[in-house]
Structures are given as C-alpha cells and as structure tokens.
Design a protein around this ligand. Structure first.
Ligand code: ZN
Ligand code: ZN
Ligand code: FE
Length: 756
C-alpha cells in the first residue's frame, strides 16, 4: 500500500530556461538542487538555454523550483522559465547530460570580478592557488575578454593554449567542484605567467620578482603599465603629484580626471564622501569606477581631478590587482592605456610604440586579450544610478524580448562613446563601450568589436541603423554597408530622438512621452545642430515641441574646444558691438579688439558660425562667462566645473527666461549673469533655472510620462534637483545616459518599424 502511495505521488516536469544560464555554473547548481530534494532526471544545455527534467515528489519539485529561482548562481539570469508536466520515466539518478547540439548558445556573459571564495583561497597559504594572480571559478573571472566564439568552452577562448594540469582537470570535470566547467581554470603550474618588461628590453619571468619589481617602481614614483583583464592600465602612485604630473604631461591629458584604485573601502572613505548606495556599487560584482565627492585635504594628489570636487574610485577586481594593492598599500592611478581619443591598448608592443614617453616599465602576462574592454563608470545621483560608461562587468549587456524580432537589426550609435546594439530572435545585445571614432585605430577597434559580435552570435544584419549625421564614421560605414549589400535596409534616426528612445527602451515604454533630451550637439532634422530638445515622442515618431534658443558656434568645430567663442556669441546675441566694447570682463579681455570685431562680423553674416540649440554648448558659454577662457581639456569639463561650483552655493533663485513659440529664450539670463559677482551663484542659479524649465514644461503636459536622457544629465546636481521636483519620471540608468545609449535607442525604433 505504501509503495503505491509513493508511486502515485510522483511527478515529472520538463523545465526550459532562457537567459544567461550557460557558462555560469548552472548545470552543477541544478545537479546539487536535484540531489538536495531527492529528484531524478537530467539537465543539459541546448541552443538557447538549459533544459531540465525532474522527477520525484510534489514537495520536492516545488522546493526545487523555488530554490532554482531564488538561489540561482550569482552570474546567471533567468529571462524565461517554461514548465510542463510530462510522462513519468522512473529514472533512478540525476545526471548532467552532454550538450547535444552545436547551435549558438545563449548570451555572452560579461567579465566578473574576483569572488569572495577565490579571494579566500588566494590568501590561504596552504591553498595550492595561494597568491595565484589568475585564480577564478564558475562565479568569477574573465568571459567576454577571452572569448573567440560561442559556445563558451575553453577551446574557444584564449585559455586554449594552456593545457590543464591533472589537478585542474579533476576540478574542471567534477560536478561537485566549484570550478566545474570554469573555462579559464588554471593554477601556478598550468596557467598564464606574469612577466616584467622594460623599454630597454630587459625581462623578468619569475612571478614574485616581477611583482616586486613593478611595485618598487610604482613606490619610487615611476609611471608603469599593467595588463588588466580588458587592456592595459597606466599606473602610478595616486599620492605622488610629480608622478601624476609626469603622466599628464607626457600623455597630453592636462585635466581629464584619472580613476584611482584603492585597496579597500576604508581607503576610499578617507578621500571621498560615501553613501551606503555608493558603497554597494563599489563593492558590487561588476566593480565599476564610481564617481564620488572628494574630501578636502586628502592624501590624493591635487592633479587627480583638478578643479572639480569629484573623484572616480574603484576596488581591485582581478586577483592580480588584489595582490598588487595589498603589496603597495596605497592608492594607485589606474587609467586606460591609450593615446588621447584612441582605444585601450591590448599588447606590450603597442605600449612601447605608442606611449614611450609615458611608460618605460610594464607588467604583463601571456594570455591574449581577445576582446578589449574598458572599465565601467557609474555614479549615484540622488535616487538614481547613472551609467556613464557601460563596459567591463556589465557589457555585453543582453535583454530578453517578449516578442521575437522579425528581422536581424544592427544599430551603430553615434560618433562619440560609441556602442553597438543587435537584435535577433528574442534578444537584444549591447556591446561594451567602444569609444570615439576619430582615428584610424578607433575605427579598426570598432570593426573588431562589430566582427566579434557578428561571429559570436552568427549575425548578419537585415536592417542597419545609424545616426542622421552625414559625416559620423558610423553613418558612413552604414551607407557603405548597404551599398555593398543591397538586401540590407538602412534606417537613420535623429540623434536626440535616439536618446529619448534609448530611455524608453530601457523602461519598455511604448506610449507617448515628454522627452527632455539635454545633450551635446547632434544633427537635427533641419540641418542645424540640436541638443536642447523637448519632444513628444513614442516608438514611431516624435514632435519637437520646445528647444533652447540657438547660439552661434563662432568658427564651427573650434568653438567646441574653445568655449570663450560661445560666451562671446551669447554676448553678441544680447548686446550691440558698442556695448560690448565698453564692457570689461575676463572673457572679453581674453580677445584682442580686432578678434572681437572679426568674430562679430562672422556672427553678423553667419559665416562659419553654425547654429546650435545644444544645452551642452550653453553650459560651455556660461562657463566662459564665469571667466574660464582657456580651451577645454576634455569634453564635458565645463559642465563638471559648473557642477562643482554650484555645490558651493545654496541659493534657490533662478534667472529669467521665456517659453514662446516652442523656443526657450534665455537672453535675459545672459544679461543677468554678467552682473553677478560670484561664479558659485551663477552656476547654481543656472542649474535652478534648468530645473524650473523642465518642471514648467512638464506641467503643461500633465498626462505624459517624463523621460530624461542625454549627456547633460551626467550633471549630478541637475539630476538630483530635477528628480526631486518631478513626481514621476524615467531617467536613463542602466544604459549610458550619454551617446553610449544611442545604439539602443536606434535599435528600439527599427524594431518597432520592422514590426509594421
Ligand atoms: Zn571565484
Ligand atoms: Zn593547474
Ligand atoms: Fe548625444
């Protein structure tokens, strides 16, 4: 009787999982769960995820299912779970079956920082991987950066050339080991080796000596290069102003902030104000660079982030970094090794050929970086996490689409901070940050990243989407691609509409929204340069309902580097030449009389003075009205400095503006600004005014959800104030709020269009 009861209470279920469920320890996890709940059956990888069949008691199956979802491996992500009752097979064991198909497997996972278990082992003198700089397990280590192709198996990665020793092999094949199928598994005996090199051709292969050598050079104030997971870092003592100055002078990077890596959170707390949320972000498994507010009088060199009150910090994310920081015991500058505007450097040779004046010594290892990947950059703004650069740890980033894409779509982004997005089947994939496409090397880098995604996902586009700007490298590439592949459709999307779409895509919005796209310049529908746009938009179309009054970029491109030209054009818009000649301000003093006259006649006649409604450029103009007349050291410097200034003022007052005929006219504001005495006040009142404008316009459309996107929203003060003032809003968060988000917006538009 008892036997019969047991028999009849037995069930068998088939479970199909989709998402990031391969190469993340999912099958051994399922095996352990099945054992725990005394279930029989099997688990296997298939072309699109993981298939499970379990057989056993009803309770056991229920517990199994709840554990499956709530305790899944840290790197996994379940996008879809289908379950179906099937015929009982009376299995007697639970097994991990070999993957049957060689179809494209699921999504690529991003590289993940060193996990606690590996860290513990690495610090344990008795462990065979004590101080092993490449320790990893199923829950941590490189992925994207070492992968040549999917499925994610060792022979398809750059670990291929390292033959596992017997001990590693045993761990790799044991389902109960935490390194079961950890593809980059290795140890002192069988894994990659560290090597010290210098410009003179000297080399040191002994691991301990190589580490000691590089650490003593850093301690002595030298600038060195260290191979990280997605490329080389340039490294020096972050407290040593002479070293940092040497780096800046020779890398031609006068003021752009440098990221600093700390041994631990306690070290960060000494130099920056840290909220609980910041701490969580810094310690997250993605280990991004997090932008914090600097404390005064810290041990960091003043040259780390000159003239601003922000600093980008992060913690060691590879075992090698962990070893180095422990040994050094002081914070280090760790900035991507590249030439200004170029992609991150991947090999030793390029370090010495491209940066011979910066770096004479380096620490490297013999595992190839297949796909480059920069560090990610994020910040907290009041309630929201804002992504400034989506790369290591986060990207490639994938979404699951409920509705299958009807065509294969490739979106290429803009010209700066480029990312690539793909749509196929039920997937959207966004590439890591590629960068600015202004040089031959960066174009090659772009093609490499594109080819990696095409190869890995076996992807050939049927639709290709680009920006409307006729001269962006990505637009040229798209046009050429389509002219060589007549069956591929080309879609162009306006830059700022793509910003709005990107935010809509992130939150799956498909209704009409009120989008504030505050940005640098982008090509507008009327051929002018837009960038301070307010749209009513949905997935298919948009209407420009307001924009900032156009200002003149005196000298075109030059004005973007030299903001004083924009400041001058703001004055030209508000005053006569005679009035201007009678004014004395640092801005006007930076020009000769003749220069002012020449620029005025250019302005008057509209010669080489393109019009722009860009808010980023208005920031440049206001910055120069504050008396900053030198060329910008990097894109966004004016905004960061105004942000820092604004933090020092508590004023709640605003400047005057008018909203008429769809134009936000701020001429009165300019007249008010030139009478102000304190820059802190100008900066704060300017930001207050922007907040007021957003609130006023959104009140005119109370039923529309507000969407905030574009590079200007990297400004933390603006975002904190705006989001406090609005009841309900959507701000770009996981996807970069700057041009790094464009490709997703473009893709979203094409997805909708291809459905129709
Ligand atoms: Zn680990
Ligand atoms: Zn080994
Ligand atoms: Fe933009």
């Amino acid at each position: 009787m008892q036997l019969l009861a047991e028999f009849s209470s037995k069930n068998r279920f088939k479970i199909i999982l989709k998402g990031i469920v391969q190469g993340v320890g999912f099958r051994p996890f399922v095996h352990q769960l099945a054992t725990k709940w005394q279930l029989c059956g099997f688990v296997t990888n298939n072309g699109s995820g993981v298939d499970i069949e379990i057989e056993g008691s009803k309770d056991g199956i229920e517990n199994f299912l709840s554990d499956l979802v709530s305790n899944k491996p840290p790197l996994s992500r379940i996008d879809n779970l289908e379950k179906e009752q099937v015929q009982i097979q009376n299995s007697s064991i639970f097994e991990i079956l070999q993957s049957s198909s060689n179809q494209i497997s699921t999504m690529l996972s991003a590289d993940i920082s060193l996990c606690c278990d590996c860290l513990r082992e690495m610090r344990d003198k008795k462990n065979r991987r004590y101080n092993y700089p490449f320790i990893n397990c199923t829950n941590c280590g490189p992925r994207y950066t070492i992968i040549n192709n999917l499925p994610y198996d060792r022979e398809k990665t750059s670990m291929d050339k390292f033959t596992m020793c017997a001990k590693c092999q045993e761990e790799y094949t044991n389902p109960n080991d935490r390194r079961y199928h950890a593809q980059p598994i290795s140890c002192h005996e069988c894994g990659p080796k560290l090597k010290y090199m210098n410009l003179l051709g000297e080399e040191e292969y002994d691991e301990t000596k190589a580490i000691e050598k590089i650490c003593s050079l850093i301690s002595d104030g030298k600038v060195v290069a260290i191979k990280g997971v997605g490329g080389f870092h340039i490294v020096c003592d972050a407290r040593n102003t002479r070293a940092v100055k040497f780096l800046r002078d020779n890398k031609h990077r006068p003021t752009k902030p440098l990221a600093v890596m700390f041994k631990n959170i306690a070290g960060i707390k000494k130099v920056a104000a840290l909220s609980k949320k910041d701490e969580k972000l810094i310690l997250s498994k993605e280990r991004p660079i997090v932008i914090l507010t600097k404390k005064e009088n810290s041990i960091l060199s003043e040259l780390i982030a000159p003239n601003i009150d922000r600093v980008g910090v992060f913690l060691p994310y590879t075992p090698l970094h962990e070893i180095l920081l422990k040994k050094l015991n002081f914070p280090i500058v760790a900035t991507s090794a590249n030439l200004s505007g170029e992609p991150i450097i991947l090999n030793e040779k390029e370090i010495f050929t491209k940066l011979p004046l910066v770096v004479e010594h380096l620490l490297t290892y013999d595992r190839e970086i297949v796909n480059a990947c920069d560090d990610s950059v994020v910040q907290n703004s009041f309630n929201d996490v804002i992504t400034l650069r989506m790369a290591r740890g986060y990207a490639p980033y994938s979404f699951y689409l409920e509705k299958k894409a009807s065509k294969k779509i490739l979106a290429l982004g803009g010209n700066q901070k480029v990312t690539i997005s793909l749509a196929f089947d039920n997937h959207i994939v966004i590439s890591p940050h590629i960068g600015d496409l202004n040089s031959i090397d960066s174009n090659e880098y772009f093609l490499r990243a594109l080819n990696t995604l095409k190869r890995v996902y076996n992807f050939e586009p049927e639709i290709i989407v680009c920006d409307k700007h006729p001269k962006y490298a990505t637009s040229c590439f798209a046009r050429e691609y389509v002219s060589n592949n007549s069956n591929v459709e080309l879609i162009e999307v306006q830059h700022h509409y793509a910003h709005a779409l990107s935010c809509m895509a992130e939150y799956c919005l498909n209704e009409d929204v009120l989008a504030f796209c505050f940005d640098g310049t982008g090509y507008g529908d009327n051929g002018e340069l837009w960038g301070g746009e307010i749209f009513i938009a949905n997935e298919s179309e948009y209407k420009r309902i307001y924009h900032f009054e156009e200002l003149a970029l005196l000298g075109g491109e030059v004005a973007i580097k030299e903001p004083r030209r924009i400041g001058l054009s703001l004055l030209f818009a508000c005053f006569s030449l005679k009035e201007i000649k009678n004014m004395r301000t640092p801005l006007l003093d930076s020009f000769t009389k003749v220069e002012i006259e020449t620029l005025y006649s250019m302005y008057e006649r509209g010669i080489n003075s393109p019009k722009s409604s860009s808010l980023g450029r208005l920031f440049d103009g206001i910055y120069s009205l504050c008396g900053y007349t030198e060329s910008l050291g990097y894109e966004g410097e004016s905004g960061l400095i105004l942000e820092s200034l604004s933090c020092k003022s508590k004023t709640k007052s605003t400047y005057s503006y008018t909203l008429e005929n769809g134009v936000i006219d701020y001429k009165q504001m300019i007249c008010q600004i030139i009478t102000e005495k304190f820059n802190e006040k100008i900066a704060k009142k300017f930001i207050n005014t922007l907040v007021k404008i957003i609130v006023e316009i959104s009140q005119k459309y109370p039923t529309l959800p507000v969407v905030l996107s574009g590079g200007v929203f990297q400004n933390r003060v603006l975002v904190s104030q705006v989001t406090k003032a609005l009841n309900k809003y959507y701000i770009q968060s996981k996807i970069p709020i700057n041009d790094g988000g464009l490709s997703l917006g473009q893709l979203y538009f094409a997805l909708k269009k291809s459905e129709d």
